[in-house]
Ligand binder design. Structure first.
Ligand code: PLP
Length: 489
């Protein structure tokens, strides 16, 4: 199986080369040339890791099963605080799939614990003898998960750009206290879109990449534009479906709805890929926060990013340019010339129209009041605490049910631990919010009758090691300086 660029489908690579490159030279994203099919009934008795091995094997053509299994064993081990890896909780009529039990307490861990193994193997397979520099823009959670996943891996370093002032205090602390002799964290004077655009333009700057190659460095990406991020995310939707069959919520073959709190469109795209390999899905419900460019798009068929990016209580979704939407558009029409045109319109005018059928997706959004209301309602009714991102999904799920009376079984993607966003959670359920982040963690822990996750508790005493900041147009120079050894990790 080959992966081809959304902007030129003659540009084809193997899975391992796609993982190494991250993004195609033409600026497009790699997509599977065709979708394999999965006989999910054979997987009913499997645990998470076994399901993962089957799904990864379908997509990673040039990896053998031993390589896949040993990568999975390395990724989904005791770094996860829960044996099941991905527990699914019944909350009212919905099924909440908790994707946040990994080392950094957000769903990004599902792929970023695995990506280092896949990347290492990809280097060998393609006989690359360069040092790798992973470049990543983060809206808060990818950065930490990438730093943690790649720390102290020989031959690989990682540089993370985050929007200064655009992440939660816990997210910031998680990144700037990062250990490891190969990790770099840089605050950007700008928002996430600025950081992401900056990183993308570094990748597509051929001259700059050639210069780095001469110095022995190859750039790669840990953002969700990388197929190595996307493919591991398909697994939990397959697993979630199997769980609903096993617990007799549904019968095998019944279709379900999946609700995903969405930013860069990577997580929901993985659910769409689950559909394309054969998981019966009725609707994909795309939930946005106040940055509702996607919900507007699915309602009006016009994508318009010409608006102000707002900072919300769900910072990991504060995004106006959803990179992975490009892949979805491509799959709807399989026309690379057209996709290239749309993306040109987006970058030049900030707007494009897409009049094709997109009925598989329902788009909605939740503002701050609705988020608080939902956190409180679910806590009061079901004694379950959601983080603000998950609450965005829950709110849009409620709106969808009200509008359609659809009674199909539903999976809601829960993307972060509430401990990462304790301020919003506490204020929503009527508790006093302290200025001291760690007091809030304590309060939340006693409300939830759980311990504060250790990896957050230790932030109180860890030294802030990373204090680099830069303007957006200096990002390239910072990368060069890091590679030149001007900053010690
Ligand atoms: C990254 C992230 C999202 C958005 O996921 P995308 O794949 O970018 O759509 C939602 N919630 C949390 C907590 C995240 O970290």
């Amino acid at each position: 199986m080959r992966y081809t660029s959304t902007r030129n489908n003659k540009n084809a690579v193997t899975a391992s080369l796609g993982i190494l490159k991250g993004i195609a030279e033409d600026g497009g994203l790699f997509v599977p040339g065709e979708f394999p099919s999965l006989d999910y009934n054979q997987l009913l008795d499997m645990d998470y890791k076994e399901v993962a091995s089957i799904v990864l094997d379908l997509f990673l053509d040039d990896f053998n099963m031993d390589e896949i299994v040993s990568s999975i064993e390395g990724a989904y081990d005791s770094k996860f605080s829960c044996q099941e890896i991905v527990p699914i909780k019944k909350v009212g009529d919905a099924n909440i799939i908790e994707l946040f039990h990994g080392p950094t307490l957000a769903f990004k861990d599902m792929a970023l614990t695995l990506l280092p193994y896949l990347l290492k193997l990809s280097l060998d397979k393609n006989h690359v003898d360069k040092e790798i520099m992973i470049l990543t823009a983060t809206s808060g959670d990818t950065g930490k998960a990438a730093l943690e996943g790649f720390k102290n891996i020989p031959g690989i370093s990682v540089t993370v750009f985050y929007p200064k002032g655009g992440v939660s205090e816990i997210q910031r602390l998680q990144m700037v206290t990062q250990q490891g002799s190969n990790t770099y964290v840089v605050g950007v004077d700008g928002n996430f879109d600025d950081a992401q655009t900056g990183v993308k333009s570094i990748f597509s700057n051929k001259e700059f990449n050639d210069k780095l190659l001469d110095k022995g460095y190859l750039l790669s990406s840990a953002n969700s534009i990388n197929i190595g991020r996307l493919i591991p995310q398909i697994v939990y939707y397959v697993y979630g479906y199997l769980h609903l069959v096993r617990t007799q919520e549904i019968r095998s073959g019944d279709s379900i709805n999946i609700v995903v709190p969405t930013g860069n469109f990577g997580n929901i795209l993985a659910a769409y890929y689950a559909l394309r390999i054969g998981i019966p899905i009725n609707k994909l419900i795309c939930a946005s926060n106040d940055n509702n460019v996607l919900s507007d798009f699915f309602k009006t068929k016009t994508y318009d990013k010409n608006r102000k990016l707002l900072l919300t209580s769900s910072p990991s979704m504060d995004i106006l340019v959803s990179s992975n939407l490009e892949r979805f558009l491509y799959h709807q029409i399989e026309d690379d010339t057209k996709v290239k045109e749309l993306m040109k319109d987006l970058s030049e005018k900030g707007v494009f129209k897409f009049l094709e059928d997109m009925d598989i997706i329902y788009g909605g959004f939740a503002d701050e009041n609705k988020i608080s209301h939902c956190i409180n309602e679910v806590y009061t009714k079901f004694n379950y605490i959601m983080d603000p991102h998950t609450a965005v999904a829950y709110a849009v799920y409620k709106e969808y049910i009200e509008e359609t009376n659809d009674t199909k079984a539903t999976l809601i993607s829960s993307t972060a631990s509430p401990f990462k966003f304790s301020n919003k959670v506490l204020s929503s359920i009527g508790k006093v919010v302290s200025k001291d982040e760690f007091e809030n963690l304590k309060e939340l822990a006693s409300t939830m009758n759980q311990n504060i996750p250790e990896q957050l508790m230790e932030l109180k005493t860890l030294r802030e090691r990373h204090n680099l900041v830069c303007e957006v147009d200096m990002m390239k120079d910072i990368v060069e300086a890091i590679i030149g050894g001007e900053y010690n990790a």
